[in-house]
Write a protein that binds this ligand. Structure first.
Ligand SMILES: [Zn+2]
Length: 78
């Protein structure tokens, strides 16, 4: 399995976990990252506004699981 396939499989696994426990997560209003409910700051953009709607969490998790590593995170910009 290539690193990219492994990455996608891992994303799909994590997306499944998030979808099954949507109430434990929230979506960053700035960058759409999925963040644990108990966190006060987004780990990606350090935003502090979140949408706790489980429907939005599930939609964001499906998006995460359906694509390869294309989202821009700070380490991609250096
Ligand atoms: Zn964010």
């Amino acid at each position: 399995m290539s690193a990219q396939q492994h990455d996608l499989a891992e994303r799909q696994r994590r997306a499944g976990v998030i979808i099954s426990q949507a109430a434990k997560w929230k979506v960053c209003e700035v960058c759409d990252a999925i963040v644990p409910r108990q966190k006060n700051l987004c780990g990606v953009c350090e935003g502090y506004r979140f949408d706790p709607d489980p429907d939005r969490v599930i939609a964001a998790a499906r998006e995460l699981g359906s694509r390869a590593a294309t989202s821009v995170i700070p380490s991609d910009l250096t």
